[in-house]
Design a protein around this ligand. Structure first.
Ligand code: HEM
Length: 423
């Protein structure tokens, strides 16, 4: 199905908006782009109540906002929903940007493969990755996170200006240092990786203009080349004990190995998440703690609770994509085969009708459930703790930074983009 051919009429699933609201995303094509912007609670409540599934003709997306429907799609085990288009831009790119991206030669990442390919690929990726709480707390893994975040926090604290942006000055280098050590990514490449990771966010979930499209396509192609080169070197020269070596050497029960391209795409997917999502989660957690109580947080448990709150209500991943492989009925609306679905995770988090024990969908559900969830929680915890130790007098200096109406957001990623602090 060509993405430029809408799968439904403009009003499909939108119907008449009972409130006729000027900002109702269901009746204003394209408005869904900034669904999480500002204070979105009323917007999400309106969508869940009046347009739980609707078609946005501007992006040719079917938008789901209820926890139950999103949960059903994520947990599907029948092949009704596919991940194949998860990283296909919501707006087709111009030919120049498309060509630049294709020239990079990247292969599908784990989260955009379906079974049976997905089953083998995931088994290989997770066999050596710390996916459980217990595994991330294993002494070596935990110590590495603590040491790396503490070292970056000490450097940040030693800055004589004693003021700066927490996102770029601390959160990004701290999480990259920790994950870089686990994966085997040289420090010299970290800064470029963070910039390249941001390109994906714009390209897939935003509406970049042609110049930004081209710039972002080159950045992503560059990240792919970087990952492929790192992996190629490891084929002949293992460094010892990091993820790149482990993935390269891993042999499955059936004797299958991950190809160098699969190892490179696995690394690339993880670097994008670490570079783009994790720093935002760190900043959100720090802002939440500073707003709610004393700093430094008096107990470890306070930090853990703040991390949970971040992922329960303010996760940086506000939307996620799937597509249908056959016609389906969702919340009383018929969605055609080949339709792209935008799952409003941020709305699901706030859905009062979800079952009391329903799990948060911040890290997905079902066979694609984020294998990095436990690692993410622990790393954010370490990053916040290390900062609290190094900067006990940290204060937020610009109230505008925590004003959600000032944040950039797109269909997939939201949250603070900077946080000015002094210490
Ligand atoms: C803020 C942090 C993170 C968030 C919010 C997040 C969120 C998600 C979500 C929602 C999914 C599920 C997608 C689906 O059901 O289709 C997912 C999958 C995935 N995540 Fe994460 N993630 C985070 C951090 C990480 C980290 C640190 C890693 C690894 C280093 C990671 C690796 C992956 C991979 C490989 C998949 C695909 C799994 C599969 O398809 O089987 N994520 N993530």
């Amino acid at each position: 199905m060509a993405l430029t051919q809408p799968t439904a009429r403009a009003d499909h699933g939108a119907g008449r908006c009972p409130q006729g609201g000027a900002h109702c995303p269901a009746t204003h094509p394209g408005a869904i782009l900034t669904h999480s912007a500002g204070t979105p609670d009323a917007r999400y409540t309106h969508l869940r109540e009046h347009h739980p599934v609707f078609h946005d003709p501007e992006f040719d997306l079917w938008v789901l906002s209820r926890h139950q429907d999103i949960d059903t799609v994520l947990r599907d085990a029948t092949g009704t929903y596919s991940t194949a288009l998860s990283y296909t831009p919501i707006r087709p790119l111009g030919t120049t940007a498309d060509a630049a991206l294709a020239a990079g030669g990247a292969v599908p990442v784990l989260s955009s493969t379906d079974p049976p390919e997905h089953t083998r690929f995931r088994q290989a990726m997770t066999a050596t990755f710390p996916t459980t709480d217990r595994a991330v707390r294993a002494p070596d893994t935990d110590r590495a996170m603590a040491e790396e975040t503490a070292a970056v926090a000490a450097t940040f604290a030693a800055d004589p200006g004693r003021t700066g942006d927490l996102l770029t000055g601390y959160a990004q280098p701290a999480v990259m240092a920790a994950f870089g050590r686990l994966a085997g990514v040289p420090r010299a490449g970290h800064r470029a990786v963070v910039a390249q990771a941001a390109a994906l966010t714009d390209l897939v979930w935003g509406r970049p203009d042609p110049d930004r499209q081209l710039q972002a396509a080159h950045a992503l192609a560059g990240l792919w080349t970087y990952c492929a080169d790192l992996v190629a070197r490891r084929q002949h020269l293992p460094c010892g004990g990091d993820l790149l070596d482990a993935w390269t050497a891993h042999t499955g029960a059936d004797g299958e190995r991950m190809s160098p391209a699969e190892v490179a795409s696995t690394l690339m997917e993880q670097l994008i998440v670490v570079g783009e999502l994790l720093p935002r989660a760190v900043v959100t957690t720090v802002a939440g703690l500073r707003a709610a109580g004393p700093w430094p947080p008096p107990q470890d448990g306070v930090v853990s609770e703040a991390v949970e709150t971040t992922f329960r209500y303010h996760s940086p991943l506000v939307g996620w994509l799937r597509s249908t492989t056959r016609e389906v009925e969702l919340a009383g609306t018929t969605v055609p085969a080949g339709a792209r679905l935008l799952l409003l995770l941020a709305s699901a988090h706030r859905d009062p009708d979800r079952a009391p024990n329903a799990p948060s969908l911040s890290f997905g559900a079902g066979i694609h459930y984020c294998p990095g969830a436990a690692y993410t929680r622990r790393l954010v915890h370490h990053a916040v703790t290390a900062l609290a130790t190094a900067c006990p007098a940290l204060t937020l200096t610009d109230p505008a930074d925590t004003d959600p109406t000032r944040w950039n957001s797109n269909t997939g990623v939201g949250g603070p983009t900077h946080l000015t602090v002094s210490w």
